[in-house]
Design a protein around this ligand. Structure first.
Ligand code: ARG
Length: 457
């Protein structure tokens, strides 16, 4: 059995203990990064005269071969070799012979795994940011195609005021933009290179950590060898940012689940994202969206898993830390699929404009507009709120609508009312009356759509 250690061992390890501790079943994702690191490290060892130049050249060309085998999907992982590092080390020995024994000079798996993981996080975050941008584009496109749709908006899931559908959609775009910002910040936080910290204290060999940092595109080497091999903040931060992104995706999913019900009936989710019922032939269920909502629970629990894993660990490296991989990889893989599916949702969904229009004339939607009518005439907010509340109660009690009140009846509520107040009881007037920056005013929403189109192109 191939191991990177063992000469000091009085006997072989227990088979069950091996099965229990090997990570090769789940750390293969890291192979391509492990090789990249190996190449940079070998070049540095040769350049610094720590190993013979010919051996460095042999290491580099052997690792390059392994890199293309990995890229082509033909690299054979040996399940009996403890982890990804051991696998690559063993394969390299097979390819180039004894020179391979020099690769692990001035490094340990402790600093190596930290670096592999940072490279993984950095690359995957870039992919996730690209997928978020695709989703934002799909949402902005959808908003742009439906700029004339006015819909009810809710607080407490109770009808509140009317807004443009496009305005609601752009709320999602804002949420996703913050997600991109968080992920970019996470990449900036992980911009230091741990290799050369070795087991935990550094090395007596004359290595050049700046060279390796620069070669692998990091701003700097890490400044404390003990922190370098103990740190998993970058994994936790990636998981946290992905969890928040998942929260946003699940809220989008929930809006569309609600709006697709026959009770709301605002839109039709494309058949390709729905499933049927084994017993009720009429059903069209939004399972994909429900699973996005459900998978978000798993995104949270994986974040929790790693937070708990790391809590209270003594410095520096502990084998517990190996268990950060499955949750990290699973969350990264899952969020990428969720983002792709939501992008499809926005490309295929059909808005039922006629059904929405029928719902936006309830006078309750315009209570704030009527209140602001009075405020503009000098009435205090408090008095206006009370007046409009009393008027609505009076109407409900008498089974009347505000539009049907005579001028005399209006004036009985407030002398400030004129006939023109009735014009406010209209969805189009309501959205157009909004003036504040960030409001649902159609002109402002149009500007926002144009801004996002430009930004996302
Ligand atoms: N498989 C290990 C991990 O993922 C690599 C580091 C092992 N280091 C050690 N000293 N056993 O954390």
């Amino acid at each position: 059995m191939t191991k990177l250690w063992g000469s000091r061992f009085a006997k072989g390890t227990d088979v069950l203990a091996d099965q229990f501790s090997f990570s090769i079943a789940y750390d293969q994702n890291l192979a391509k990064y492990d090789v990249q690191v190996g190449i940079a490290h070998a070049r540095m060892l040769g350049k610094c005269g720590i190993i013979p130049k010919q051996d460095a050249a042999r290491l580099v060309s052997g690792l390059q071969k392994i890199a293309s085998q990995i890229a082509d999907g033909v690299f054979k992982f040996d399940p009996k070799a403890e982890d990804v590092h051991t696998n690559i080390q063993t394969a390299l020995k097979g390819l180039i012979g004894p020179a391979a024994d020099r690769l692990h000079t001035a490094r340990s798996r402790n600093d190596l795994i930290a670096l592999d993981m940072k490279l993984y996080c950095r690359e995957e975050i870039k992919v996730i940011i690209g997928l978020i941008a695709q989703l934002q584009k799909a949402i902005v496109g959808f908003a742009g195609r439906h700029q004339d749709v006015i819909m009810p908006a809710y607080t407490h899931l109770q009808s509140a005021q009317v807004v443009l559908l496009a305005h609601h959609m752009l709320a999602y775009v804002e949420m996703l933009e913050r997600d991109k910002g968080r992920l970019k910040a996470a990449v900036a936080h992980m911009d230091s290179m741990p290799l050369g910290s070795c087991a935990l204290s550094g090395t007596s060999l004359p290595i050049d950590r700046d060279f390796v940092a620069k070669t692998l595109g990091f701003a700097r080497p890490t400044a404390n060898s003990m922190d370098s091999v103990s740190d998993r903040d970058f994994a936790v931060e990636t998981l946290a940012d992905v969890a928040i992104l998942g929260m946003h995706c699940s809220r989008v999913a929930e809006d569309f689940i609600l709006w697709g019900t026959s009770e709301f009936n605002f839109l039709d989710i494309d058949w390709s994202l729905c499933t049927g019922s084994s017993i009720m032939p009429h059903k069209k269920n939004p399972d994909v969206l429900e699973l996005i909502r459900g998978e978000t629970a798993n995104l949270y629990s994986r974040l929790n898993e790693v937070l708990i894993l790391m809590k209270g660990l003594p410095l520096t490296y502990n084998r517990d830390m190996q268990l950060d991989k499955p949750p990290l990889f699973e969350s990264v893989d899952k969020i990428k699929v969720i983002l792709k599916l939501l992008t499809k949702l926005f490309t295929g969904v059909k808005v039922k404009k006629q059904d929405i229009v029928r719902r936006i004339y309830d006078e309750g939607f315009f209570s704030v507009d009527v209140m602001e009518y009075l405020i503009k005439k000098g009435v205090s907010y408090r008095a206006a709120h009370d007046l409009v509340g009393t008027m609505i109660k009076g109407c409900v009690d008498q089974g009347k609508k505000i539009v049907d009140l005579t001028l005399g009846q209006l004036k009985a509520y407030s002398p400030y009312f004129e006939e023109d107040v009735k014009a406010l009881l209209d969805p189009k007037i309501s959205v157009e009356s909004k003036k504040s920056f960030g409001s649902t005013n159609p002109k402002l929403v149009r500007q926002q759509i144009a801004k996002w189109k430009k930004l996302l192109d």
